[in-house]
Design a protein around this ligand. Structure first.
Ligand SMILES: C[S@@+](CC[C@H](N)C(=O)[O-])C[C@H]1O[C@@H](n2cnc3c(N)ncnc32)[C@H](O)[C@@H]1O
Ligand code: SF4
Ligand code: SF4
Length: 254
């Protein structure tokens, strides 16, 4: 199974679409991290160290990677690529994802993905150390021309390019009300609640059924979400979620 741990909400970037910029800025405490890790049953699981912040900024990021490996799990992460130790990541992680939305430095800065030249240099180092098969690129499609990026990645041999639309959920879309794209009718069927698909632990160690709940003020439990949907009522933490709408596509990670 896939487990995701939000190790920090701190970030060095200011992406306009990032729900994390409105969250309390904190690193997950080590005791919380240990408790979460102990909660994950033994098995061939992937544990992604990543939430609404830049994971590599956690002062104990490498201890976390070691702890995940010691439990026999496969560690992974998604990084903004700004200040990373590419060679160490290559040595300790089976795979990694780097976020890249545009190749235009002015545009990247405008949307909050800062220091594009450094991100591209990091990507080159990762590709040299890991090879293209172990590196995924994550792109948010907010309406930019994606052709140059696609050609660039093709030229580098990167074939895992995940392009996801801007999240439509209310707790993300409040940052871009003019670009919100939620459409369709609710059908109330959520894969993540029907059976455990993944588990997400936020920076406080709260266990959730998916990685899409960012406003936790009304979240009580996974069972409460499932009960509410069974009764045909969309619980506030799920408002606007594409997963429970007809004709919509849910982003892979957020
Ligand atoms: C929240 S970031 C955290 C990891 C790291 N800071 C980064 O940006 O790669 C994880 C992924 O979610 C994506 N993401 C963040 N906000 C989003 C949104 N509103 N809609 C779609 N994807 C989003 C990011 O672009 C990134 O690929
Ligand atoms: S999407 Fe990632 S890089 Fe951008 S502000 Fe959010 S946490 Fe930082
Ligand atoms: S936020 Fe979406 S994916 Fe998560 S439990 Fe609610 S409906 Fe399901």
């Amino acid at each position: 199974m896939f487990f995701q741990i939000e190790v920090t909400t701190h970030c060095s970037f200011t992406c306009f679409y990032c729900a994390g910029r409105d969250m309390p800025q904190r690193h997950m405490g080590w005791p919380v991290f240990e408790r979460v890790l102990e909660h994950i049953p033994a098995g061939a699981h992937t544990v992604s160290l990543q939430g609404e912040g830049e994971p590599t900024l956690h002062p104990r990021f490498w201890d976390m990677v070691s702890a995940v490996r010691m439990r026999g799990f496969a560690p992974t992460t998604i990084t903004n690529g700004y200040e990373i130790d590419a060679e160490r990541l290559a040595a300790e992680l089976p795979d990694i994802a780097v976020s890249l939305d545009t190749l235009d430095e002015t545009e990247a800065t405008r949307i909050g993905r800062l220091k594009l030249h450094r991100v591209l240099a990091s990507l080159d180092r990762l590709l040299a150390a890991m090879g293209p098969g172990r590196v995924r690129i994550m792109t948010v499609d907010y309406g930019q021309d994606l052709q140059p990026l696609r050609q660039f990645l093709q030229g580098k041999g990167v074939y895992q390019h995940i392009v996801q639309p801007l999240q439509s959920k209310d707790d993300y879309a409040r940052r871009y009300p003019d670009q919100a794209t939620a459409a369709g009718q609710y059908h109330y069927q959520c894969r993540f609640l029907r059976a455990p698909v993944m588990r997400y632990y936020d920076v406080e160690g709260r266990e959730m059924p998916c990685c899409f709940i960012k406003d936790v003020s009304t979240f009580t439990s996974i069972d409460a979400l499932a009960d509410s949907l069974l009764q045909g009522v969309v619980p506030p933490p799920c408002a606007g979620c594409r997963e429970i709408m007809t004709g919509s596509r849910l982003p892979a990670h957020a």
